[in-house]
Design a protein around this ligand. Structure first.
Ligand code: AMP
Ligand code: DBH
Length: 533
């Protein structure tokens, strides 16, 4: 049985096919295409180990065979939470080959996030790592088994020594290949979100493969590309823009880093002669600060892509002089639309815009608060549809009704303006989200957790400007009068609930009341304004 999702209208699907954008091939062709001439090329290295394309293919076949014996089959779902490791890609391809759609959680996600994904997906299996505190003993695993009867298997990888996952992929297990329909959901991407519960984005083989193939062309990757993946591997940017999958299509090599800090990444750049990488703006700033004092050889670097959050012109200007390579701005979203500055764009466009869409069939509308198009060149809300932009969050009819307009355009919540060249400039945001240096926080999700506290009456979380991260989060809290709540108490409370660390507000302000708008909603604009001098 196929996994449900909102399909594209038939006439658009026909157009996407006619142009050759949808190739009606499964994502697994990314690997199989390399098995001829390039089977001995190095696909992935992580500093200690490396595997060839032939190995990535046979390991993922073995694991698929092993999972098949465990009862997993096409149409099932799974949750994966692995650090940046060779095992991540082996697992990703194994599940895709099986027709099992995974959601790949970020490694810093905790109990609450994983439980939400289980609730939405009702997964049959989880593949996790004992390097994560939640899985270094059996307690959480047992809780999950007790709570979710759908779960039949949790495979824990151990970073050192043997593990069931390693047994699964290192040993030969016959894999009876699944019949993959390229129109089906291949996997789920995670949305940064702006609502109380996390949202999952179904991505089909056809749409995702197109976005990666086209990205690989725009970014001119080839067999000599050595791409450093230092952001969390499941994130849409380092997975698909053009990311690791783009590198695999080109037959290049992905080198994994545990984090994007210069101390971890610079030695890898020198050792592997890295040519391309993807960073968020705060990491880029650290690289710039570190580079002048470092004697590491960075001359192999050709392109640094920067995206996830707005890059300031003053930082953008330093990339080529300090790091000696080209800057590419990337404005993307796990929901679909990705924009790149092109290598041959004027320098001014590269420094000041977030790029233009991948595809001539990406449609952009910039509208006012009534949904009416604004005059050319003026700023407004970004609406988009196209050959790789999804049509609906998984099982979220109510939210979908407001996230899309009647023509199927997705409202990204970004305030942008478009130049005649098609380049977009991100000017702000009209969604209840904090962008903490590229890590997105849905305000309502954290507010709901805090409202669960016995002594909190009201709470509103907004962004506050931050030099290093661009934005941090601040919670304005109205507490019961007779109790003394402190920042420490609330931080501890949230950590005990088990939410990802980056979602814990950077600052708590205790107030007597929250300002309201004319219609009686919390006036977040007024709260944000308190941070302006
Ligand atoms: P997500 O929904 O988590 O995939 O996050 C996508 C969002 O990240 C976009 O809608 C933007 O708000 C933000 N974003 C991504 N890239 C950029 C960029 N280059 N400049 C500004 N904002 C960005
Ligand atoms: O922030 C993002 O989600 C993002 C940034 C750059 C993205 O999804 C992408 C490129 O594909």
């Amino acid at each position: 049985m196929s996994i449900e999702y909102t399909p594209w209208p038939a006439e658009l699907a026909t157009q996407y096919r006619a142009k050759g954008y949808w190739q009606d091939k499964p994502l697994t062709t990314i690997l199989s295409d390399q098995l001829g001439n390039n089977s001995q090329g190095i696909a992935v290295a992580d500093g200690q180990r490396q595997i060839t394309y032939a190995e990535l293919n046979s390991y993922s076949d073995n694991l698929a065979g092993y999972l098949q014996v465990q009862g997993l089959q096409s149409g099932d779902t799974a949750i994966v939470q692995l650090p940046n490791s060779i095992e991540f890609y082996i697992t990703y391809f194994a599940l895709i080959k099986l027709g099992v759609a995974p959601v790949c959680a970020l490694f810093n996600h905790q109990r609450t996030e994983l439980q939400s994904y289980c609730e939405i997906l009702q997964p049959k299996a989880m593949i996790v790592s004992s390097a994560h505190a939640l899985f270094n003993d059996e307690q959480f695993t047992n809780e999950l088994f007790n709570r979710f009867s759908c779960l039949s298997k949790i495979i824990t990888d151990h970073s050192k020594g043997n593990s069931e996952l390693k047994q699964g992929y290192l040993h030969k297990h016959a894999f009876c290949s699944a019949d993959l329909n390229p129109e089906d959901v291949a996997f789920f991407q995670l949305s940064g979100g702006s609502t109380g519960t996390p949202k999952l984005i179904p991505r089909t083989h056809n749409d995702y493969l197109y976005s990666v193939v086209a990205s690989k062309e725009i970014c001119e990757l080839n067999g000599d590309t050595r791409y450093l993946c230092a952001l969390p591997a499941p994130h849409n940017f380092p997975l698909s823009s053009p990311g690791a999958l783009g590198v695999f299509i080109a037959g290049g090599t992905v080198i994994l880093a545990n984090d994007p800090s210069p101390t971890v990444c610079f030695p890898l750049i020198e050792r592997f002669a890295i040519t391309h990488t993807a960073l968020v703006p705060p990491a880029l700033q650290l690289w710039l600060q570190h580079a002048s004092a470092s004697d590491t050889d960075l001359t192999s670097l050709q392109v640094i892509q920067v995206g996830g959050a707005k890059l300031s012109r003053s930082v953008a200007e330093q990339v080529t002089p300090v790091l000696g390579c080209q800057l590419q701005q990337v404005f993307g979203m796990a929901e679909g639309l990705v924009n790149y500055t092109r290598y041959d764009d004027d320098q001014e466009l590269i420094l000041t815009t977030q790029g233009r869409p991948i595809s001539d069939l990406d449609e952009i509308k910039i509208v006012d608060e009534n949904g009416q198009p604004v005059p050319q060149g003026e700023s407004g809300r970004l609406m988009t549809r196209g050959p790789y932009t999804f049509r609906g969050y998984y099982k979220s009819p109510t939210h979908n009704a407001s996230a899309f307009d009647e023509e199927g355009f997705y409202s990204s919540g970004d305030i942008v303006k478009q130049l005649p060249s098609g380049h977009l400039i991100v000017e702000g945001r009209d969604k209840d989200q904090i962008n903490r240096g590229g890590e997105k926080i849905a305000a309502e999700e954290v507010e709901n957790h805090l409202l669960g506290h016995d002594h909190i009456q009201q709470v509103a979380i907004v962004s506050m400007p931050d030099e290093a991260l661009g934005e941090k989060s601040c919670a304005f809290v109205v507490a019961d009068q007779d109790v003394k709540l402190t920042t420490l108490i609330l931080r501890k409370y949230l950590r005990q609930l088990g939410i990802a660390d980056y979602k814990v507000p950077d600052k708590f302000k205790f107030v007597d009341q929250l300002p309201l708008t004319a219609v009686g909603k919390v006036n977040k604009k007024a709260l944000r304004a308190t941070f302006e001098q």
